[in-house]
Design a binder for this molecule. Structure first.
Ligand SMILES: CC(=O)SCCNC(=O)CCNC(=O)[C@H](O)C(C)(C)COP(=O)(O)OP(=O)(O)OC[C@H]1O[C@@H](n2cnc3c(N)ncnc32)[C@H](O)[C@@H]1OP(=O)(O)O
Ligand SMILES: O=C([O-])CC(=O)C(=O)O
Length: 375
């Protein structure tokens, strides 16, 4: 992949620290976690194995994985006080605000007592996030108070079971698992950098994660999967998609789910989730939204040389699984928590407070006039 221009705003191209966790745009498909190519992990590992890898630096053996899954399953239920808080959050709240409050409030009830407690705190959030999201969603939208535990071994299957109240199909379990793997980690993206800045002050894990959720919420970052869904649902056909996108580009609007700060020609996660979106469209029995998505991809590449990022085909994939659009970005939280927490741990291992400098562009030095003399 070609290197991005090394100057300009947004700290683009500047190294802001070291990491052993991830490479973006460097080798293999362009995305590796602890040396493993993301496509290899998506084909041959589960999300729980990836979480273990990010937290421990190595993939687990079978006994370690079994113990880890059992540990996570035992941490899924929510405290009654957290359920009470979730019940107070209105139906029209932004679900990312629910996740932010959920993470923050859990940090009040079960704080990270010291850094030796960081793995317990990270695993607790990993186990609890699917229930935080779905408990609020189903209470506020359906008036149902769900049980927060299920027999599902995987976090993806657990989420789907909580959301629908039904046992998920093997295909849906598999796609959720792949999706969580694809979203797990991505070097110094905006939300992870937020978590690391917070960690560098020696703050607690719950504060780091709460801040990271706020950064992920925006449409230029994690919020793009929802924004992409809202866009493609407005297109009536592949032809209409091209006409409407031409108008958007003419009006200099951003097309959500396209482009990337680091990748220049493709996002390696796209080809993987696109394949699963196609399979899901066949199972769904109506491939219109997939066909429209493919038309968008072709049009953006042909006209602007802009490619789909990880978010674009996630929109149709989640739609085909019946997931409400407003929960798309919270699912990203359930996954990226692993990357965020791993970066917090790495920052703590070799910490110096993150405090860059700024180029001053303000007034020359001047003195304070008495208030009566100011215009
Ligand atoms: C999981 C993730 O977080 S992936 C990212 C999700 N975000 C999105 O999908 C939002 C849409 N995409 C974007 O806004 C951008 O591509 C970003 C935020 C991802 C990256 O931003 P940058 O690093 O500033 O982009 P980059 O430098 O490559 O932009 C080059 C040019 O292409 C344009 N461009 C980039 N992406 C898009 C897009 N999606 N639609 C229209 N134009 C775009 C930019 O406006 C810029 O043009 P300009 O120089 O005339 O302003
Ligand atoms: O790396 C980025 O800037 C955004 C991204 O794709 C991610 O966080 O997954």
């Amino acid at each position: 992949m070609a290197d991005k221009k090394l100057s300009g705003a947004g700290l683009r191209g500047q190294s802001a620290g070291e990491t052993k966790l991830c490479t973006v745009g460097k080798s293999g498909s362009g995305l590796t976690y602890c040396g493993y190519d993301v496509s290899d992990l998506a084909d041959n590992a589960t999300f729980e194995e990836v979480a273990y890898l990010l937290f421990n630096g190595e993939l687990p053996n079978q006994a370690q994985l079994d113990a880890y899954i059992a540990e996570l399953k035992g941490m899924r239920d929510l405290p009654e006080d957290l359920k009470s808080v979730l019940k107070l959050i209105p139906k029209d709240a932004h679900p990312m605000d629910v996740m932010r409050t959920g993470a923050s409030f859990l940090g009040n009830l079960e704080p990270e007592v010291d850094f030796a407690d960081q793995n317990r705190a990270a695993n607790r959030l990993l186990a609890a996030f699917p229930a935080i999201m779905t408990y609020w969603y189903r209470y506020s939208h359906e008036g149902v108070e769900i049980a927060c535990t299920t027999e599902e071994d995987s976090i993806g299957g657990h989420f789907l079971a909580l959301l629908t109240g039904k046992t998920p199909s093997e295909l849906h379990r598999k796609v959720m698992d792949v999706s969580l793997i694809l979203y797990a980690e991505h070097e110094f993206n905006a939300s992870t950098f937020t978590a690391r800045v917070c960690a560098s002050t020696l703050s607690d894990l719950f504060s780091c994660i709460t801040g990271a959720i706020g950064s992920l919420r925006g449409p230029l970052h994690g919020g793009a999967n929802e924004a992409a869904m809202e866009m493609i649902q407005k297109f009536s056909s592949p032809e209409d998609a091209k006409i409407q996108m031409a108008g958007m580009l003419e009006r200099k609007e951003k097309i959500m789910g396209f482009g990337h700060a680091i990748y220049r020609e493709s996002d390696p996660r796209n080809v993987i989730i696109k394949k699963w979106s196609k399979l899901l469209s066949e199972e769904y029995g109506d491939s219109s939204l997939y066909d429209i998505s493919v038309a968008c991809e072709e049009y953006m590449w042909d006209t602007k040389k802009l490619f789909c990022n990880a978010d674009f085909f996630h929109a149709s994939a989640y739609f085909f699984m019946g997931i409400p659009t407003k929960l798309f970005t919270p699912i990203f939280v359930c996954s990226r928590l692993t990357g965020w927490a791993a970066h917090v741990m790495e920052q703590r291992d070799n910490n110096r407070i993150i405090r860059p400098s700024a180029d001053y562009t303000g007034s020359e030095p001047r003195s304070v006039n008495p208030i009566a003399e100011r215009g």
